[in-house]
Ligand binder design. Structure first.
Ligand SMILES: [Zn+2]
Length: 53
């Protein structure tokens, strides 16, 4: 192990299943972050709730 820089935590997006890294904007609520982006979060919502056609 040579250079061990600050390793950012990662999570898998619950919507697109991609790995995403910690962002500064999430520093307060990283524990609760489940999606890589607002868009994914919204997609998830529409999948669950947007079924009333
Ligand atoms: Zn995503």
């Amino acid at each position: 192990m040579k250079h061990r820089k600050a390793h950012l935590p990662q999570k898998v997006c619950q919507s697109c299943k991609r790995l995403f890294s910690w962002r500064k904007k999430w520093q307060k609520d990283w524990e609760q972050v489940k999606y890589c982006s607002k868009r994914c979060r919204n997609e998830r919502h529409s999948l669950i709730e947007g079924n009333d056609a």
